[in-house]
Design a protein around this ligand. Structure first.
Ligand SMILES: [Fe+2]
Length: 312
């Protein structure tokens, strides 16, 4: 019903199947003219603000990349002098790292992953770093972006003091890399395919009366069905794969590499994951606060269940 009403609305506005490009952000407003909300208005007004950009690494779609930075990676060419103007007066990058106020995202897993050709040109994906500073107002803000892993002389390192369009474009390249990582790893791999293995192992190896089976099975109610649909869609070369930055082969290679090198039992446990990334005391990190509360409820519920008593 929702889909039908959306199609009717797009048809009425002359936008259904349209291949015209948007000319500016003002035109986008026509798409949402009947559906404004406080959230929409806030995002539209603050979409280019550095504070809001930083906030999204903690509380946006993908809070899984950011980590505490206690040492700048050797191939990240940022220096103290470069970022000093964006830190509080009288401090330095070294001092702020010691105080636990510097964070970074590293997109090295995208290095060497095959991208699609669009209009005869090979698409480029950022594989570098975004450095962020938790300022005295407890606002996380980007202070340097290096687009590629390999240091280069030109067009690689960007700062908030660069021209507005250069800095905006650098932030967009990083967001694109972040989005690719989120959809391929944190969504498709970890929430669909890793769970698929757990569901199959439960169905194949545990008897119906096993305490673990009883605890797990309600959570796998639609896993196999949804994953079968997801696999069909992901592997359809005329579908999603024909519109994203990576090729199908590139996406599968990325998932296989990350699964082999980074997926561990601990990495899937929220408290340990947060601690390993140095994020336990970051202010205004609602994803962590809500997630740990939920984690605690599930843990207490499992411990209270008769299955746990039988099992332990
Ligand atoms: Fe999903």
């Amino acid at each position: 019903m929702l889909k039908l009403s959306s199609v009717l609305e797009l048809t009425a506005k002359g936008l259904k199947d349209s291949t015209e490009n948007w000319k500016d952000f003002e035109e986008l407003k026509s798409l949402f003219c009947c559906k404004t909300s406080a959230m929409y208005d806030y995002v539209a007004a603050h979409r280019q603000d550095d504070d809001f950009y930083g906030f999204q690494f903690l509380n946006g779609v993908n809070p899984n990349m950011i980590q505490l930075c206690s040492q700048i990676p050797p191939n990240f060419q940022v220096t103290d002098a470069m970022v000093k103007p964006f830190l509080q007066e009288g401090t330095s990058l070294e001092k702020e790292m010691k105080n636990g106020n510097i964070f970074f995202c590293d997109y090295k897993t995208l290095d060497g992953i095959q991208t699609r050709v669009y209009n005869g040109e090979q698409l480029v994906v950022a594989t570098g770093f975004c450095l962020l500073y938790m300022n005295p107002e407890n606002k996380l803000t980007p202070i340097a972006i290096q687009l590629l892993q390999q240091p280069a002389k030109e067009n690689n390192l960007f700062l908030p003091s660069d021209s507005e369009t250069d800095w905006l474009l650098a932030k967009m390249f990083i967001k694109n890399a972040d989005s690719i990582h989120h959809q391929s790893i944190n969504h498709l791999l970890n929430t669909h395919f890793v769970v698929h293995g757990c569901a199959l192992a439960t169905l194949r190896n545990l008897p119906l009366i096993h305490p673990l089976y009883k605890l797990l099975i309600p959570h796998f109610r639609q896993t196999l069905h949804v994953n079968t649909l997801a696999q069909t869609r992901v592997k359809d070369r005329s579908g999603i794969s024909s519109r994203t930055t990576l090729t199908l082969e590139g996406r599968l290679k990325l998932m296989a590499q990350v699964h082999q090198s980074e997926t561990t039992y601990i990495s899937l446990c929220l408290p340990e994951n947060m601690a390993a990334r140095g994020l336990m005391s970051v202010p205004n990190f609602h994803y962590r606060d809500d997630g740990l509360e939920l984690w605690g409820h599930i843990q207490r519920s499992v411990k209270r269940s008769p299955f746990h008593t039988m099992w332990s």
